[in-house]
Write a protein that binds this ligand. Structure first.
Ligand SMILES: Cc1cc2nc3c(=O)[nH]c(=O)nc-3n(C[C@H](O)[C@H](O)[C@H](O)COP(=O)(O)O)c2cc1C
Length: 285
């Protein structure tokens, strides 16, 4: 039966590098697949209002925009490829705008969990991708996908990524990884043994934290090679299906905690009310 690959394009540029790369991955799939495309910057996805309504009945965001429709496309697809351009050293903000609404994912855990996914960061200048790849990986893992491949590719002009051989190889590896978990293609660089992430914060005292899965640990340098020894803590966000469910429960329990501490919290913030003047929108929204 034909499967659906959802191509999530984080670029506003039509026929740009993100779009053509996603199509290049699709063309290299062997089985019967159809490609559905979603250009995130052109969707009406508004900021999360932090109302937490999506965590409780009816388990759905109450805002009337494109988010619920877009989430449905994620749920219905058999696999995802996410491509985002580096904008000012990070992924285009359309990814984060979507992700910020992600407490809604917890209503669809069973259908989202483990969806095969690959992510690519496209940067115009070699070495100037900043944290774009981390943003894309984080997007996939928090959306509960099974991150099977991720990479940075370079190209500035629309379509330029496909001029280099590197992108064709990467597209082929991603296609293979989407069709088989045994073909996983994660960076060969030193990585987090817990999640495969390769971006770390050095905490001092020989400690590090993986910026993808938040696991902390230490590291060792032998023969000029660094080796990270991180371990999952007792509140992982997405490492196992059980951890996802526990985190959702933890979030839901915040309501009780808030109701319990409400008076105390209000007393604290009241002391700060009325301080400062606000810059308001002049657009009459
Ligand atoms: C506003 C803006 C900011 C950018 N910032 C970066 C950057 O920080 N680093 C980089 O390597 N390229 C940067 N670029 C270049 C794009 O990442 C590059 O052109 C990419 O191929 C765009 O992908 P697209 O064709 O899918 O839109 C920027 C482009 C724009 C429009």
């Amino acid at each position: 039966m034909e499967k659906t690959l959802l191509g999530i394009i984080g670029s506003p540029r039509k026929q740009g590098n993100c779009e053509v790369f996603v199509k290049a991955v699709f063309r290299r799939l062997r089985g019967p697949w159809q490609l559905r495309l979603m250009r995130l910057p052109e969707l009406d996805i508004r900021p999360c209002r932090a109302c937490y309504a999506c965590l409780f009945e009816p388990m759905k965001c109450v805002q009337d925009d494109d988010f619920n429709m877009a989430l449905q496309a994620f749920v219905e697809a058999d696999a995802w490829v996410v491509a985002a351009p580096a904008y000012l050293l990070g992924a285009n903000s359309s990814l984060k705008r979507f992700l910020d609404r992600g407490l809604s994912f917890y209503a669809h855990v069973d259908r989202l969990w483990g969806k095969p996914a690959a992510g690519v960061a496209v940067a115009g200048i070699e070495g100037k991708e900043g944290y774009t790849k981390l943003s894309v990986e984080s997007f996939i893992r928090l959306a509960l996908g099974d991150l099977r491949a991720s990479a940075v590719i370079y190209g500035a002009l629309p379509g330029e990524v496909l001029l280099g051989e590197n992108a064709a190889d990467t597209a082929a590896q991603m296609a293979a990884a989407l069709e088989s978990p045994d073909e996983r293609h994660m960076p060969g660089s030193p990585s987090c043994p817990v999640c495969g992430g390769d971006t770390f914060r050095f905490l001092g005292g020989g400690r590090v934290r993986c910026m993808l899965c938040s696991s902390a640990g230490d590291y060792e340098v032998t023969g000029g090679e660094i080796c990270f020894r991180t371990a999952a803590d007792d509140h992982p966000l997405f490492l196992t299906l059980d951890a996802v469910r526990r985190h959702a429960q933890w979030l839901r329990a915040m309501k009780e905690r808030y109701l319990f501490q409400r008076r105390e919290l209000r007393a604290v913030v009241r002391e700060y009310s009325g301080i400062g003047t606000w810059v308001h929108s002049e657009k009459g929204q």
